[in-house]
Design a protein. Structure first.
Length: 294
């Protein structure tokens, strides 16, 4: 059966990987990028280079957009707004839930269906079993294009509220970001002494973090049962113990000439909680505090 035609607007690192996956899967693929030369390899492999965004949009029923940010995506699409009528716009540009909802309403004003997407992959893992992409928007629009979208990575539909895909995308990215920050801090501390190197230290860090990751479902269940007054969190530590650890991490970092601000802030927050009479450190307690601390 003939594969559906797809347009890809934006051929940065990610857009090129998306277009490449579609060409490889046999989809007639039309591409547009501000710097036209980035389409050269794709064109050599069978993609069609559109001269304008409007020409690209008119080439098929499904338009994927993957640009640097939401403002650029909107400015790029504006001149082709009328051409979007009757088509489905899938915005894979990283953005916020509010931006997604605004874009959906803008697309509706121009007669286009809208899905927002969050790519949970890097360019080299697109179209591999590792990649998954979050989508939100009208279910019928997702269902109509699901088969094509599955080419990019497993397509995970999160619901009709268009803001859900960017919300989960940014939540997942925030966990990744803090993990990398933690990694860089730990490497700076571990290698501050002169002996040892980052690679040797990382051989210890990976099994340690892997073991800690196994705790996450327990913590999540504790958070989910927070509304139940009778529920006791499975995971609980003394606040004083957690505070002593935070102070030691701050002190050792300062002694080693490594920035200690994260642990100083943690220690200050824990001191505040102890002063309020709290004694236990639990996952629901931490999440509740984050939700209310603006
Ligand atoms: N790369 C990644 O690993 C992540 C994975 C998760 C999803 N992100 C998001 O994908 C969007 C694009 O990211 P990218 O990696 O493709 O980024 P670049 O390679 O820097 O390409 C940027 C594209 O945006 C175009 N562009 C930039 N400024 C303008 C402008 N003023 N007018 C029109 N187009 C513009 C740029 O065009 P050019 O510089 O090649 O002419 C590229 O097409 C992003 O939201 C990530 O968060 C990627």
């Amino acid at each position: 059966m003939a594969k559906a035609a797809v347009t890809v607007i934006g051929l940065g690192e990610m857009g090129r990987a998306l277009a490449d996956a579609l060409v490889t899967a046999g989809h007639p693929t039309t591409v547009w990028n501000r710097s036209a030369a980035k389409a050269d390899d794709l064109v050599a492999r069978g993609a069609v280079r559109a001269a304008t965004v409007e020409e690209a949009v008119l080439a098929g029923p499904l338009v994927l957009v993957c640009l640097l940010d939401d403002d650029i995506a909107r400015a790029t699409l504006r001149p082709a707004a009328d051409a979007l009528r009757g088509r489905t716009l899938v915005n894979l540009t990283n953005g916020t839930p509010a931006q997604a909802r605004e874009a959906e309403s803008w697309a509706a004003d121009h007669g286009a269906a809208y899905l927002d997407g969050g790519i949970m992959a890097i360019p080299s893992t697109i179209a591999t079993p590792e990649a998954f992409v979050l989508y939100s928007g009208r279910k019928a629009d997702f269902a109509a294009h699901r088969e094509t979208l599955e080419v990019l990575g497993a397509a995970r539909y999160l619901g009709a509220d268009t803001g859900m895909a960017p919300l989960y995308d940014l939540a997942l990215l925030s966990a990744m970001d803090m993990m990398f920050e933690g990694f860089f801090h730990s490497v700076a501390l571990a290698t501050s002494h002169g002996d040892g190197d980052a690679a040797g230290f990382t051989e210890l860090l990976v099994p340690w973090l892997t073991s800690m990751l196994r705790l996450l479902p327990t913590l999540a269940a504790d958070v989910d049962s927070d509304a139940d007054a009778d529920a006791e969190p499975v995971f609980a530590q003394g606040l004083d113990v957690v505070l002593a650890g935070a102070r030691n991490m701050a002190r050792a970092s300062r002694d080693a000439g490594v920035r200690a601000d994260h642990f100083e802030r943690s220690a200050a927050a824990l001191e505040e909680q102890l002063a309020e009479g709290l004694t236990t450190y639990t996952a629901p307690g931490v999440v509740r505090r984050l939700r209310t601390s603006g």
